[in-house]
Design a protein around this ligand. Structure first.
Ligand SMILES: *Cc1c(COP(=O)(O)O)cnc(C)c1O
Length: 389
């Protein structure tokens, strides 16, 4: 069913994603594969639509965080390789094999389980070995005295029946943060990663087909880490300082409309808690956009949203379904006027900074009651309502 749309909606510019993809391709060169990270519904942009685009324009791999996310793509016709970065319960191994989904192997216990399950169902599970070089999350621990045991565990996993080790990867913890200390940390992670690969390949007597580690920060700043494939997320969607430096385009524009206008005398407290009190006659626009749509409540009274007459200050606490802006000196902003929450005019990076967070959190927070409107070649090609109708 199609949404009425005139409440609050997210415009997803697939042309911007294609543009960003091509710019990143130019940067990495012709011999490096491109994995597009589409976990968390493609950071809120819609994993099916983004994956269809990436498949069409020639990306090599996709990554998601779970088996459900991978199967969602397969069920919707995506044929290209998909890597699950996170944990999959062993009961799902047969389905991963059936749907030709690649699974990360992160430690001996998982390798044992996955191998046993694959053998049981008579198939081969394609896997990428995850190396923990300093992210201290998932992966074979290989740093600080664990090098030999790490290498041994990885070699073991590669030789297990039922597993086909197509790739090996690691994840950087501070590649997107500037400063010499951070650069050294990333360089150490990378050195350790390549040392582990060398040692494992020597033991195995053959090479991994796909070695990869470069996330957004490393794609932007450390070309030596590209190896066989890069793995950007945020950069593809066009947010953050590196995207700006590379001239990339933000893919999502969140919009809402003014639903009601009220004029209050001086001394009026606005919204829950009364944290904002008018100091003069004030014209307030009520927007149907609240924390249930993904507006972070910590932005209450702290940010501006963009009207046709420029930025309008947010007044008072953000509610579940609504918020209020000050349009006192904006006579042409009327009921029905569009307001940009973030996008080309109101930078998501600035909003994220005010909220003391990262743009990832803002796009991931866009909730399912916000319909997505997809643009391709400058035209609307799909309006997706995600409610259960
Ligand atoms: C999320 C994720 C990425 C992408 O990170 P960006 O900072 O968005 O580029 C890459 N690799 C792994 C393992 C991830 O979890």
């Amino acid at each position: 069913m199609e949404s009425t749309l005139r409440r609050t909606w997210a415009e997803i510019n697939l042309d911007a994603i294609e543009y960003n993809y091509r710019k990143i391709r130019e940067k990495i060169g012709p011999n490096v594969k491109f994995l597009g990270v589409v976990k968390a519904d493609a950071y809120g942009h819609g994993s099916i639509q983004v994956s269809q685009l990436l498949e069409e324009i020639g990306a090599d791999y996709l990554a998601v965080s779970s088996a459900d996310e991978a199967l969602e793509l397969r069920v919707n016709g995506i044929k290209m390789p998909i890597l699950i970065l996170g944990h999959t319960p062993k009961e799902q191994v047969a389905r991963l094999i059936e749907y030709n989904v690649t699974q990360a192997i992160t430690c001996k216990a998982k390798a044992d389980e996955y191998s046993a399950e694959a053998v049981k169902c008579g198939g081969k599970l394609k896997v990428h070995i995850k190396v923990d070089t300093g992210m201290s999350r998932l992966g074979y621990l290989c740093d600080n005295g664990y090098f030999d045991t790490g290498v041994k565990g990885i070699v073991e996993a590669c030789n297990m029946p039922g597993l086909e080790a197509e790739g090996i990867f690691t994840h950087f913890a501070v590649s997107d943060e500037l400063g010499e200390k951070n650069d050294k940390y990333t360089q150490h992670q990378f050195q350790l990663f390549t040392d582990v690969i060398d040692a494992v390949e020597k033991e195995l007597g053959h090479k991994f087909e796909i070695r990869h580690c470069a996330n957004t920060g490393a794609v932007a700043r450390f070309p030596e880490t590209y190896l066989d494939m890069v793995r950007p997320g945020l950069l593809l969607y066009g947010y953050g300082d590196f995207a700006k430096e590379m001239g990339l385009k933000p893919a999502m524009t969140m919009k809402t409309t003014v639903s009601t206008i009220k004029i209050y005398p001086a001394g009026t407290a606005i919204s829950y808690g009364g944290i904002f009190v008018t100091d003069k006659t004030t014209r307030i626009g009520v927007l149907p956009y609240g924390y249930a749509d993904g507006f972070l409540r910590c932005l209450s009274n702290k940010c501006s949203l963009y009207t046709k007459e420029g930025p309008a200050k947010l007044r008072g606490k953000i509610c579940m379904d609504m918020c209020m802006i000050d349009i006192t000196d904006m006579p042409t902003v009327d009921v029905g006027s569009e307001v940009e929450i973030f996008g080309e005019k109101n930078s998501i990076d600035e909003l994220a900074a005010i909220a003391d967070t990262i743009p990832y959190e803002l796009t991931c927070a866009v909730s399912k009651r916000v319909p997505r409107v997809y643009y391709r070649n400058g035209e609307v090609i799909e309006k997706e309502l995600m409610l259960r109708m």
